[in-house]
Design a protein around this ligand. Structure first.
Ligand SMILES: [Zn+2]
Length: 464
């Protein structure tokens, strides 16, 4: 059904591309293989139906339909849902969580390896390489989880893009080496190809005249294809997701060169520093920065503390309303400022979920000044603790505040809710006072008389 929609909609629609290899003369391909830069392709020896999703643009996006699968840039398999999103001309509808590659929740990728794959150390080595280098992702052998990757025998090397849902495959042909599998796992985590970066023209020259005609769509940037993509650091020739100079060549001449005209091979030995940074950004949880208390009916803005690889989908608890939101911030307000209640703000970036718990309404203030021991001689600790107060102003009538650091007049003004007091040896006792102020500017005052008795002869605390 989707194929029919694709064909019907092909004239007016948009999106997607990526890049990759094949098509280079056989001699060059062989050379590339022996130097570990073998290009990945899902079906190296087959040609399917070709669809152009963005036929009105100068570089239409190509999707191949082979063996019941939609193939993008030769080695990325797209779900029907992903193809439908690519085929949506309305950019606004594709904002937010509609990005192509969904992340694995908490960076955990459940997986199984089909028993009939020969030389399975290729796969386990590739998994170990990812785990050893990216702390924010983990691979766990699947037991009964619904969403998981199955490594299975294929006719080439290919993977679905991001977490698709349910069982998804990474296809491993006998020609796929460990480096190719590291690359394919990159696709399953949500990476596309390095050449799709929007800044690639600052690092490479594309020799369009050397590219096989049908393959030019693989040289689109993600912006060309209206993808909501991302990139970090400088363009990375060493990325495991980068092509080689001769990929898609029609004539044996390079299709991609560095700005100085030199050629390069694709790295398929290990993840680059840029790869590690990119995946870490994708799977490290960002913090939602902002106050932990919303006072009264004020509107408050919260910001994500890091780069946002995917337009976030914001949600809030039912006692909050969203005033406005963007990719990096959200402004909220309490629905009813007369109540005091727990609340939360959450962002879901294609499976990367962060929650901030907050308090709305009138903040709590200290309700009592606790001191112990109840009766004291020397070296007593006085405490006052409760959610809401942000500053405390401590003073004592006689004796010394030993902790924390004091102003010259032996008082304390700051955020410490605990002070340590050393009273003088005075049978009349002394008084501790504190003014507690919450983030809404409300204050409570406390004053406690604390008797002293040091007549037991050993300096200990003795009740009067
Ligand atoms: Zn690829």
């Amino acid at each position: 059904m989707l194929r029919k929609k694709l064909m019907l909609g092909a004239l007016s629609l948009t999106i997607v591309s990526c890049s990759h290899d094949i098509s280079a003369p056989e001699s060059i391909q062989k050379n590339a293989e022996t130097s570990f830069s073998s290009p990945e392709k899902a079906y190296p020896h087959e040609k399917g139906e070709i669809f152009y999703l963005n036929s009105k643009s100068s570089n239409p996006t190509r999707v191949d339909f082979i063996d019941g699968k939609f193939i993008w840039n030769n080695d990325m398999i797209l779900s029907e849902d992903q193809v439908a999103k690519l085929n949506n001309p309305n950019l606004a509808e594709r904002a937010g969580s509609n990005d192509l590659a969904k992340r694995w929740p908490d960076g955990i990728i459940y997986y199984t390896i089909a028993r009939n794959i020969p030389d399975q150390t290729r796969i386990t080595d590739a998994i170990a390489h990812w785990e050893a280098n990216v702390p924010s992702i983990r691979f766990v052998e699947r037991t009964s989880e619904t969403n998981y990757v199955m490594f299975t025998v294929g006719r080439g090397c290919s993977s679905f893009l991001g977490m698709v849902g349910g069982r998804q495959y990474i296809f491993v042909a006998s020609s796929c080496n460990t480096g190719n599998i590291i690359h394919e796992i990159g696709h399953s985590l949500g990476l596309i190809h390095e050449i799709q970066r929007t800044d690639r023209d600052s690092a490479i020259l594309i020799n369009w005249e050397n590219i096989v005609n049908e393959e030019t769509s693989h040289f689109n940037t993600y912006a060309d294809d209206n993808i909501n993509g991302f990139q970090f650091g400088p363009f990375d020739f060493n990325s495991i997701m980068m092509n080689g100079s001769f990929d898609y060549s029609s004539n044996g001449l390079p299709t991609i060169v560095k700005l100085d005209g030199s050629t390069f091979l694709a790295n398929r030995s290990s993840l680059s520093e840029g790869d590690l940074e990119t995946v870490s950004k994708m799977y490290d949880h960002p913090e939602i920065n902002g106050t932990s208390i919303i006072c009264d009916n004020r509107s408050v803005t919260y910001n994500l503390d890091t780069f946002v690889p995917t337009a976030p989908s914001w949600s809030v608890s039912s006692n909050l309303q969203i005033i406005s939101s963007s990719n990096i911030s959200i402004t909220v307000q309490a629905l009813d400022s007369s109540t005091s209640d727990e609340a939360w703000i959450r962002t879901d970036m294609n499976g990367l979920i962060t929650t901030k718990e907050i308090w709305i309404g009138k903040p709590l203030l200290p309700t009592d000044l606790i001191h112990e021991p109840v009766f004291t001689c020397v070296g007593s600790t006085i405490t006052a603790k409760i959610l809401g107060a942000e500053t405390y102003e401590w003073s004592i009538s006689r004796g010394t505040i030993n902790f924390p650091a004091l102003a010259n007049d032996n008082t304390y003004v700051g955020s410490s809710d605990t002070i340590s007091v050393e009273p003088v040896n005075d049978p009349n006792g002394f008084t501790v006072q504190v003014k507690a102020t919450n983030s809404c500017g409300e204050t409570n005052y406390f004053s406690k008389f604390i008797p002293t008795n040091c007549n037991d002869g050993d300096g200990g605390s003795v009740p009067l």
